[in-house]
Write a protein that binds this ligand. Structure first.
Ligand code: ATP
Length: 339
């Protein structure tokens, strides 16, 4: 049985990396069929909204999407499509597994952690005001409901995946109410529901220093929206960069798989982008379908693709961002040859 999956190519390098990934998945015989929908600048150019209702409805209906990055204008223009999609579908958990890949040089060789980010509130609530010319505010929102459910998601994930520890990054010493609530909810969920998983809390600045010094001491990292955005990129830097870190946005309204990186307009349209982060996100998508729809064919395709890109990297075949010479298309072809 083939599963219907929404494909959102996105902006910048999005169309190139999505095309490459779709090609690999099709050649691997993944039991999927694609329903393409637009979002971001591409949707705006087609004369519509940055996040058309048809795109949201398609994700809601199929329950699963593979999404390229969408541009977010800095300081002006439309609000982030990524944030809007996550909020509209209530995809409250962002999960980003960060681990070393064979053949990809990096600062550390023992990284295997997962960043779990609250995806719907915090400073990304987008409630900003100009109080008076020259004075602006941005509201940081934390609700007991959202803090509790993301903590429950992180501990449940840790238990299901056999991970031993959840570390909360926070700044509750300064933001006593908002981060204080986040921390208290995590502690309560741990104490009452998951006492078997280790719990640790660190003030985020000290946590970042320790991450850079010794990432091997971390397992699952749990944090609010903005911290999760920043720390995800920091963690990507520990294992080779943005080209090698996948992600998923999960919630009751669906599951949207996308790389941690953005639209990288500086290299767009030049066959330079690394499609691996989106390919790894597609592998997560297949495993998700394998799990939630009990489809062994999805799991088998995921394994096949993962083994193929591992072989490609081990053979020294890489894109430029991780020290190789291959372009986007050539990398995809190399993976297909190694399937
Ligand atoms: P956006 O505004 O959409 O977030 P950005 O360029 O500000 O885009 P990223 O796309 O996350 O932010 O990337 C930062 C830099 O990292 C890019 O300019 C690019 O040089 C590099 N980069 C990101 N993703 C990739 C990739 N898949 N392959 C190669 N280089 C990448």
């Amino acid at each position: 049985m083939a599963h219907e999956v929404v494909l959102i190519p996105g902006d910048g390098i999005g169309p190139e990396v999505s095309e490459a990934v779709r090609h690999v998945l099709d050649e691997a015989g993944a039991p999927l069929f694609w329903r393409e929908h637009q979002a971001g600048q591409a949707a705006l150019d087609e004369g519509g909204d940055v996040l058309p209702d048809a795109t949201v409805e398609a994700v809601r209906r199929t329950g699963v999407a593979l999404k390229g990055p969408c541009t977010t204008p800095v300081g002006k223009g439309f609000t982030s499509v990524n944030v809007k999609l996550r909020k509209t579908l209530d995809l409250y958990a962002a999960v980003r597994p960060v681990r070393n890949l064979a053949g990809v040089e990096s600062r550390h060789s023992d990284v295997d952690l997962v960043v779990v980010r609250e995806n719907t509130e915090g400073l990304y609530s987008g409630v900003e005001n100009e109080i008076t010319p020259g004075v602006v505010t941005s509201l940081k929102v934390a609700t007991e409901h959202a803090c509790t459910r993301i903590a429950r998601w992180a501990f449940d994930y840790a238990r299901r995946r056999g991970r031993e520890k959840v570390t909360v990054f926070h700044k509750a010493n300064i933001m006593k109410l908002t981060d204080g609530l986040f921390l208290r909810c995590a502690q309560k969920v741990h104490d009452e529901e998951f006492p078997g998983v280790d719990f640790e809390s660190l003030i985020i600045d000290a946590g970042c220093m320790r991450l850079v010094q010794d990432p091997s001491r971390f397992d699952v990292l749990l944090m609010e929206n903005l911290y999760g955005d920043v720390v995800s990129d920091l963690c990507a830097g520990l294992v080779g960069g943005l080209g090698v870190v996948p992600g998923a946005n999960l919630g009751d309204g669906g599951a949207v798989f996308e790389a941690v990186h953005g639209s990288a307009p500086d290299i767009a349209g030049r066959d330079l982008a690394n499609p691996l982060a989106l390919l790894m996100s597609a592998v997560m998508l297949l495993n998700h379908l394998g799990e939630t729809r009990s489809d062994p064919d999805c799991r088998a395709s995921a394994k096949r693709i993962r083994e193929a890109y591992d072989r490609v990297l081990s053979a020294g075949l890489r894109t430029r961002d991780i020290g190789g010479t291959l372009g986007t298309r050539a990398f995809a072809e190399a993976v297909i040859e190694h399937l």
